[in-house]
Design a binder for this molecule. Sequence first.
Ligand code: FMN
Length: 254
Amino acid sequence: MTNSTIALIQRHGSTRKYKSDPVAPGLIDQIVLASQRASTSSNLQVVSVVMVTDPGARAQLSEICGKQEHVARAPVVLVWCADLARLERVCRLRGYAQVTNYVENFLICVLDVGIAAQNGALAAESLGLGICYLGSIRNNTQAVIDLLQLPRLVMPVVGMTVGYPAASPAVRPRLATSAILSRETYAPATHAELHTYDRAMIETGIYQGRQVPVPGKTGEMEHYGWLEHSARRASQPHRTDLREVLKRQGYALE
Ligand SMILES: Cc1cc2nc3c(=O)[nH]c(=O)nc-3n(C[C@H](O)[C@H](O)[C@H](O)COP(=O)(O)O)c2cc1C
């Protein structure tokens, strides 16, 4: 069973090649309006979005994102921010002191950001636009804060390039649903499910036939696949400055 919404969701692929055509401001308004319609914890609406179109600023964001070319090329970069600054004013207006220093305060914001951004992503894709999320803005979060002049309690969480795709992006396979869905109590993915997915990802050609040693078997080689890619990614520390940046922005994570 399917419908046009599910078909749109199933067609998703991240776009990293954009035409130079601009995106009409009205479309960005639609995207942000869609993001606002998402569920939001206690209706607090703790999300703000900074739209970046200035080529110089996009070039700086591209540098921060590890020189990702599509960040400079896409006509629009949206930076999705956790924003407790607005509630700070609300509290002041009503004579309260806001609490912002617990993990829960930031978790509420980050969840709202993710949910809102994904509504925006689907709206963009429904309008024929392509998107790509940019966790890499957190390569240098402080530089993003400075560039966008984000005040205390406004924390950039994720970026998103938006523009018209130069070509239809590939639709990457995902793990089998049975690997992530348990019934009543938790059941881990099976070895077979992980290996089947590894092969499916290798078959997409994304890893370009790279070979890696088989763990524990000297001299034997096998295809670099999703297992190796993910294990490498997950076994390295990343963006270890974030606790400090968060603290400076007013999120102490106690
Ligand atoms: C939170 C988040 C951060 C991401 N950051 C980046 C990024 O910095 N650069 C990039 O090219 N893709 C980024 N992506 C895109 C993922 O790499 C992509 O969604 C994933 O490989 C699956 O591919 P697909 O979206 O084409 O299905 C990010 C995705 C998410 C959800």
